[in-house]
Design a protein around this ligand. Sequence first.
Ligand SMILES: Nc1ncnc2c1ncn2[C@@H]1O[C@H](COP(=O)(O)OP(=O)(O)OP(=O)(O)O)[C@@H](O)[C@H]1O
Length: 263
Amino acid sequence: MDAAVSINEVTQIYVTKQRATLALQHIHFAVQQGEFVSLIGPSGCGKTTLLSIIAGLIAPTAGSVKMAGEAVNGPSKRMGYMLQQDYLFPWRTIFDNAAIGLELSGTLTAEKREYVLHLLEEMGLLGFKDYYPTQLSGGMRQRVALVRTLATEPEIMLLDEPFSALDYQTKLQLEDLVVETLRAKNKTAILVTHDISEAIAMSDRIIVLEPNPGRIRREFAIPQDIRDALPFTARELPGFNALFKSVWQEFDALDKGGAGDGE
Ligand SMILES: Nc1ncnc2c1ncn2[C@@H]1O[C@H](COP(=O)(O)OP(=O)(O)OP(=O)(O)O)[C@@H](O)[C@H]1O
């Protein structure tokens, strides 16, 4: 069976008047249906570039991305995004913001309206459906953004630091909610984050990238007991700290310009 997403020997070179930057070099991995993979690494290692290529927003200099065996040649409705900012429209109600993707694609049927209401209920937002974004907290607005993304029923969720603008407590609550929701719906997800702890707590697998040029440095498979737990509880499991330390050491070695024990 084809992987949900496959990244095949992707290389990206940015050319400006001043210089050429090898942002990604020979990136090659696959994400299976229902799998949650995190991309982490220091600033400039190409995380955002890679996510944009997977999303079809940038055509890579070389290599290809396939979704369920089909080439990705541009943005697809089969992928949904959750970003650092919620980008809600202040003049639209919570329901109208949540339903905007369906409305724009002309598919907001009575059945889909019910689905949006159901998702709002799942996220504890049903009572706020007629409110406006300014009346909600940052965490609630990110939950609306999650509903908006899920409403169009994408096969793949691309999460680009979706919790980094939130306070710590809200971030932990949302991590649990997102993992619970994506697991229940068996969604495939790719998360970009700077936060090692978040990556371990939420993922099935972590891919550590290194900069100059952007390459895969190392992959970490997350042990089953951590994968089975929700992120908040996962942090309390015995193996969590040891894994955190191993990933941290990769970062530390990168900071010092060393090879570490990675590839
Ligand atoms: N549009 C562009 N034009 C030229 N160079 C770019 C462009 N976008 C990114 N780069 C360069 O490509 C490299 C990778 O950038 P990218 O933003 O993908 O990394 P990142 O890991 O997401 O960084 P951060 O964590 O800081 O967001 C960097 O050296 C960056 O300066």
